[in-house]
Ligand binder design. Structure first.
Ligand code: FRU
Length: 445
């Protein structure tokens, strides 16, 4: 178990069955909870249930009992969770605050829910996330339009109220507010061009300055708007921009209730589209990344970098410095299935720098200022002529981050056992590896 041929070794997968969106991400009592869209009965999508896993470090996950099961209102589609510190719902008993999840009851997706519309419901845990119970008054938000879904709840301290961002239809989303997560008022409509499903909604400090916050309104394909929020209305100021340029990044969500002393906004995505022939499971999550909002050459943008906890998996590191990259002569940097690579490359006279990683090509075109991974590309200019790349390689995925994560790619691949090499090559002129650290990782299982 967990060592099958195509089983990712440091990315979350369900023990068995299908997985899609991350749901209900919440931190409580030292544990990161990861719920996920899950089909417990098949490796194909269906019977949507909230699977559940816990981790103390975002790296080592333990899958526990499924948390929320289909009922007569529908199968359980995506949603979010938060700690109700003030027990505004009244679901808490004693000293432990309840954790509350808001999810879509997808009516009509099972024989049991035939004829029901899509509505929004609550479930809660009064034992720190171990066991889950549904609210008897479900649904708490009735049907509005089409397959409205994917509520994202946020506690808004300045107005003492709950907010939910909900996907409606086409490119349309809306915000609702509530004193208790049960009674909701629609306060604002938002459209994100070319985007649908799975909103996320959160504030981030601009260039690390806590006195200067912007709100991010996010859709499933990674397009987002930046703006301000007064507790009722979100006012878009810029965007849409897109965070990830890779082929396999969808329905990302961020963790609620990470303590202020930590302060990170941590995101995980479904790496939609990967293939795992013959495996008992299907689909994998991305490696968790910390988000930041930075002033880049292109303007203010979200950036993502893998969380530092991955360093705990490093088992041996090869460090090199000052290596010439002669045009057309590949440098063999390492071989292996599980790697964490940090590289600083001076393109010098080279027209392009190319990594060949188990057959996948990651390329920086220094002339056109384009970074690509597989068949996807994005405009990127290495600042002061220094290309800094961070690359995570697992058995079935490749994640590439430039600089502070201004440009990033998440890519799934089916490994070819004959392709084990990781090589670096310069084209059209000489380049230089200023530094290269290749860390072999051990399995998290
Ligand atoms: C996004 C999505 C959500 C929905 C869920 C169903 O991938 O389509 O909109 O809630 O998946 O599994």
């Amino acid at each position: 178990m967990y060592d099958e041929l195509l089983r990712p070794q440091f990315h979350f997968t369900a023990r068995a069955g299908w997985l899609n969106d991350p749901n209900g991400l919440v931190f409580f009592g030292g544990w990161y909870h990861l719920f996920f869209q899950h089909n417990p009965f098949d490796t194909k999508w269906g019977n949507m249930t909230w699977g559940h896993a816990v981790s103390g470090d975002l790296v080592h996950w333990r899958q526990v009992e499924n948390a929320i099961h289909p009922d007569r209102l529908g199968t359980i589609f995506s949603g979010s969770a938060a700690v109700d510190w003030r027990n505004t719902t009244g679901f808490g008993e004693g000293a432990v605050p309840p954790i509350v999840a808001m999810y879509t009851s997808a009516g009509g997706t099972s024989p049991e829910s035939a004829g029901q519309p899509f509505t929004q419901s609550l479930a809660f845990s009064s034992d720190g996330g171990e066991t889950w119970e549904k609210f008897a008054g479900n649904p708490v938000l009735g049907h509005i339009v089409e397959s409205n879904r994917d509520p994202r709840i946020v506690w808004h301290e300045p107005t003492d109220s709950w907010v939910t961002a909900l996907y409606l239809d086409k490119n349309d989303y809306a915000l609702f507010t509530s004193p208790n997560l049960k009674d909701w008022t629609r306060t604002c409509d938002v459209a994100i061009p070319d985007t649908s499903e799975c909103p996320d909604f959160f504030p981030l400090a601009v260039d690390g300055d806590p006195a200067h916050l912007k709100w991010v309104f996010w859709g499933a394909n990674g397009c987002y708007l930046l703006g301000s929020f007064d507790g009722k209305a979100f006012t878009p100021e810029e965007g849409p921009y897109r965070l990830d340029s890779g082929a396999n990044f969808y329905a990302a969500q961020t963790w609620s209730d990470i303590p202020a002393a930590d302060g990170r906004r941590i995101q995980i995505a479904w790496m939609r589209g990967g293939e795992y022939p013959g495996m008992p499971f299907n689909q994998q999550m991305s490696f968790p990344c910390a988000l930041s909002l930075r002033t880049t050459r292109a303007g203010l943008r979200l950036c993502q970098m893998p969380v530092r906890e991955i360093e705990g998996l490093r088992e041996n590191s090869v460090i090199r410095a000052d290596v010439a990259l002669l045009p057309g002569r590949p440098v063999d940097t390492s071989a292996g299935e599980l790697l964490d690579i940090e590289a600083e490359i001076e393109p010098g006279h080279a027209k392009a720098i190319e990594w060949c990683i188990r057959g996948s090509i990651v390329r920086y075109d220094a002339e056109k200022r384009v970074l690509s991974c597989g068949d996807r590309e994005t405009g990127y200019e290495a600042p002061s002529g220094l290309l800094r790349l961070r690359i995570l390689l697992d058995r079935t995925s490749l994640e590439v981050f430039s600089g502070h994560g201004e440009a990033a790619f998440h890519l799934c691949f089916v490994p070819d056992p004959a392709k084990t090499r990781v090589e670096l090559i310069a084209h059209g002129g000489e380049a230089r590896i200023r530094s290269l650290a290749v860390h072999r990782l051990r399995s998290a299982w």
